[in-house]
Design a protein around this ligand. Structure first.
Ligand code: HEM
Ligand code: CA
Ligand code: CA
Length: 405
């Protein structure tokens, strides 16, 4: 019996070995395809300097551009270099989620804010240093959470496979796990993202959509990143979990567009409910003062904040899941049903009803949770792969908040 057992082990070892050789060859063949494609374009004269001495890596660089990056992500990218990476991330998210279920929406928002600004490159996680101020300091990012979750998973992975798993990949994989725990759909993800060397505070401040955006602003901002109107409606379904601070919609309750009256579009019953949770305060009519400088909103300060208000510490919050209205499987659909009743919390949310095209998708998702889940998977996979750094571009940080020296 012992002998047979040993044989079995030898057989398994050989099989695994053969499989990895096959995978290695297969990988090499794929590289060959890229090479011959490159040589074709060299022959066609699109790259001028043809040399027999050009190494594979140089050729790789020669064909590199933004559109090539996504195609270089792979399933099981860490299969050899860190085989338990996905397991470690999954277990960690599970453990943290038990104590803090709020990490699910917070991670989803963190992913959105990272990917939307210069792609999914963990640029949002970097601290300020001598050479650059941090994206985290941009007003829309001041209310981000769960950065500590990524940091703690990163340090666990650094103990197992030092310097291997990028922060950008940890963010997309952790978010996928958290979303599934929160009742959202699950999906498979390619990996191989690299981390940026830069953080983009000014771009984040300018380009993250404001809760006071109009539909055309929202659609333009998503369209410039390749997302259709339908995909934009789909992604906003993430607003069916998590929280929103009163600051981001309080003007709708007390002084909408300087009228001293509520937003006439708001459902009257819902208006009363929101007023109870977000009582009138001096800052209701104009966005709150800068907490870092402490000065009351002067003209320039309120201009600064009118794009994206800042939340103060004693600001109330609204539960976007409304006590899990409709049950966890209503992830997404409940958001659209609420929009149909004029119960969008932010002005930007309710704007999805402002055109026939987007309203059609709101109606479709409100009545067909499975359609929503299918589309949400596609949109999240697309968002998670938006404008990634791969191959020789970027780096793998060892600490997610610091560029590798
Ligand atoms: C027009 C586009 C969007 C605007 C204006 C917007 C704005 C906001 C604002 C102001 C908050 C409240 C933050 C707070 O009070 O702490 C929020 C929360 C959230 N957003 Fe968005 N968002 C947009 C799109 C998205 C997208 C595309 C996603 C993901 C796919 C997303 C996911 C979330 C989640 C999950 C939360 C809850 C966060 C938490 O509980 O920590 N948002 N959003
Ligand atoms: Ca890129
Ligand atoms: Ca980014």
């Amino acid at each position: 019996m012992k002998f047979v057992g040993a044989n079995k082990i030898t057989f398994v070892t050989c099989f695994v070995l053969a499989l990895s050789i096959y995978v290695a060859l297969h990988g090499f063949n794929l590289h060959g395809v890229i090479l011959s494609f490159t040589q074709d374009s060299l022959r066609n004269g699109s790259v001028s300097d043809q040399s027999d001495f050009v190494s594979k890596d140089q050729l790789y660089l020669a064909i590199d551009d933004d559109d090539e990056d996504v195609s270089r992500l792979r399933y099981d990218y860490y299969g050899v270099s860190c085989p338990f990476a996905e397991k470690i991330i999954g277990n960690a998210v599970n453990e943290i989620y038990k104590a803090r279920p709020g990490i699910a929406p917070s991670l989803i928002r963190l992913l959105f804010h990272d990917c939307f600004i210069e792609g999914c490159d963990a640029s949002v996680l970097l601290d300020a240093d001598e050479s650059q101020s941090s994206e985290k300091e941009a007003p829309p990012n001041l209310s981000l959470k769960a950065l500590d979750v990524i940091a703690s998973i990163k340090s666990e992975l650094e103990r197992t496979c030092p310097g291997v798993v990028s922060c950008a990949d940890i963010l997309v994989m952790s978010t996928r796990e958290a979303l599934a725990l929160a009742g959202g759909p699950s999906y498979t993800l390619k990996t191989g993202r690299k981390d940026s060397l830069f953080t983009f505070k000014d771009i984040a401040e300018r380009e993250l959509p404001s809760p006071r955006s109009t539909l055309s602003q929202i659609l333009a901002s998503f369209a410039s990143r390749g997302f259709s109107a339908q995909e934009t409606v789909t992604l906003l379904g993430a607003h069916s979990i998590g929280i929103t601070h009163c600051t981001f919609f309080k003007d709708r309750l007390y002084n909408f567009s300087g009228t001293d009256n509520p937003d006439p579009e708001l459902n009257p019953g819902f208006l009363q409910e929101l007023k109870t949770k977000c009582p009138f305060s001096a800052s209701a009519s104009s966005p709150s003062p800068c907490p870092d400088t402490g000065f009351a909103p002067s003209l320039s300060a309120s201009d600064y904040h009118s794009n994206y208000g800042l939340s103060s510490e004693n600001d109330g919050v609204i539960d976007l899941s409304f006590n899990n209205e409709g049950g966890p499987l209503n992830f997404g659909s409940r958001y659209y049903r609420r929009l149909l009743q004029n119960k969008g919390v932010m002005y930007a949310d309710q704007q999805l009803m402002a055109s026939e095209e987007t309203a059609t998708w709101v109606r479709a998702y409100s009545s067909d949770p499975l359609l929503f889940r299918r589309d949400f998977i596609k949109a999240m996979v697309k968002l998670s792969s938006y404008h990634v750094l791969t191959g020789p571009l970027g780096q793998v940080r060892t600490n997610c908040s610091k560029v590798l020296a």
